[in-house]
Design a protein around this ligand. Structure first.
Ligand code: COA
Length: 464
């Protein structure tokens, strides 16, 4: 292994040691393993606390700051694995042997070149489009290239599918559900929608097509935004190296490749986060994985989710230096403004991904004078926020706090930070959609109606 990448592994293992030491006293997790449905839980706004599905794919323990992909600790995966291995792990369920990994990479690389998609995408004014918007459009065009879903023979069979609009049951039948309201909730047969054929828009090939394609499209958008032409992929190098190559036109150094690989591993999956849930909701209607991923991209775009990494750098630049941190935090707290890159619905301990990206950003800043001021401001901001809100509000840096600095050190423009999140998270979206579809039930929560009743209709000319 390259000397600098070995040093990176040491940084990650040190972060792992600190994490274990600091959280050993936290309570053991509950709500893992087999559960009996219905589950008793308290649900809050934003579906806080709600349990929407069972999953074997990944686990987040917010109290301890654990992140686990199919039983493997994120620190071990970041230190020793690769993004391709992690994709195999998430989608297929196990870490591959050498031959399996080769076959998997070949299958993935087979989808990197998106001639038709690229031709269609370049017909749009990508240079003036928001990068996430262009990416979402690109995945839709991939659907056009790959699937026959819109033809009659490509449509999913809905006979066995389970779906219901529960609010309407009472209107369609006697209150409480008469004999007509016989939705077959008990029979969870898998529909014929997911046959693993090339025309199957939610099978494994579609997932690999998307994992490969999102990287190709993202890199092409970055190129076009910088006034260059898109570059064809090089399937002979790793996913991380190829992504950087397609974005910059330059083969990355071993260190750059490893940094990108670790970033991709860290962002690949994260429980029922907003974009994963959005992707699953769309899939649960027996739509397809292309539309699911499009919805995931839409949800990821927001500043409360994936868009936070960009906003962190905006804030750091606005602060403008270590000396201004205290006054900036004072003003933010006084104005009750959220500080981007801090806080998490689930983590009430230090986010393990930030534990890795923080020290990594520190190492990179040591070598790179251009990003050093950004890192120093970030570090001072972390100390200030932890000392003022860490203990009381359990506010710690999240994955987005240091990722922007890491990407900046690779020379990646800010507007690409959130699309890079999608380049990685597409693995989690597709894996979870696949898993959910094996036992699908349409998502349909309810709202508590707090509006009025019995209002009299007033014709428009009589309204004031
Ligand atoms: N800065 C300042 N205060 C914060 C905060 C932040 N980034 N995040 C949460 N808080 C405070 C809230 O004001 C609230 O305080 P209160 O109890 O006095 O009202 C408390 O912590 C709970 O926050 P809440 O907004 O209810 O948490 P949530 O679970 O609904 O939201 C996030 C989670 C991630 C959306 C939220 O922490 C946030 O907006 N963070 C900034 C955006 C970000 O970094 N997103 C990336 C997530 S990976």
């Amino acid at each position: 292994m390259h000397e600098q990448t070995t040093a990176m592994t040491d940084v990650i293992l040190e972060a792992a040691r600190k994490a274990r030491e600091e959280t050993s006293g936290e309570p053991e997790p509950h709500l893992v393993g087999k559960v009996d449905w219905p589950i008793q839980c308290t649900v809050g706004p934003g579906l806080e606390g709600a349990i929407a599905a069972e999953s074997k794919i990944g686990y987040v323990n917010g109290a301890k700051g654990w992140l686990v992909y199919r039983g493997y600790d994120i620190f071990d995966l970041a230190a020793h694995s690769t993004y391709e291995e992690v994709c195999h792990l998430l989608l297929i369920g196990s870490l591959p042997g050498a031959a399996e990994l080769d076959a998997f990479k070949n299958r993935l690389n087979g989808y990197l070149l998106l001639n038709k998609t690229m031709r269609m995408l370049m017909g749009f004014p990508v240079e003036t489009m928001n990068a996430m918007g262009a990416l979402r459009l690109g995945t839709n065009l991939m659907r056009q290239e790959f699937t026959y879903r819109d033809r009659e023979e490509g449509r999913p069979a809905t006979d066995d599918a389970i779906g219901a609009d529960e609010d309407s049951i009472a209107m369609e039948t006697a209150p409480g559900g008469g004999a007509e309201a016989t939705f077959r909730f008990g029979e969870k047969n898998n529909s014929a929608a997911c046959r693993p054929t090339l025309q199957d828009a939610c099978g494994m090939d579609a997932c690999l097509h998307l994992i490969a394609g999102v990287s190709t499209i993202t890199a092409a958008i970055a190129r076009v935004h910088q006034g260059h032409m898109a570059i064809e992929p090089d399937p002979g190098i790793s996913h991380a190296a190829n992504f950087l190559y397609m974005m910059t036109g330059r083969k990355p150094t071993p260190l750059e490749e490893r940094i990108m690989d670790v970033a991709l591993i860290l962002h690949a999956d994260h429980g029922m986060n907003a974009s994963t849930f959005a992707a699953m909701v769309v899939a649960s209607t027996l739509s397809d994985v292309y539309f699911s991923v499009g919805s995931g991209i839409g949800a990821l775009n927001g500043p409360l989710h994936g868009g936070a990494n960009e906003q962190v750098v905006v804030s750091l630049e606005e602060i403008g230096g270590v000396g201004n941190v205290k006054a900036w935090v004072d003003a933010a707290m006084k104005g009750k403004r959220k500080i981007m890159g801090f806080g998490h619905r689930v983590y009430k301990a230090y986010d393990p991904r930030a534990r890795i990206l923080g020290p990594l950003a520190a190492e990179l800043a040591r070598e790179n004078a251009a990003v050093r001021p950004l890192y120093e401001t970030a570090h001072a901001l972390e100390e200030e926020v932890l000392s003022r809100m860490g203990a009381e509000k359990k506010l710690f840096p999240n994955v987005d706090f240091y990722s922007g600095i890491v990407y900046s050190s690779l020379g990646i423009p800010r507007e690409m930070f959130t699309p890079i999140f999608a380049v990685s998270r597409v693995a989690g979206w597709t894996a979870r959609v696949q898993e959910y579809l094996t036992n699908n039930r349409i998502f349909r929560p309810r709202a508590v109606y707090t509006g009025e009743f019995n209002k009299r209709y007033v014709p428009v000319e009589e309204r004031r």
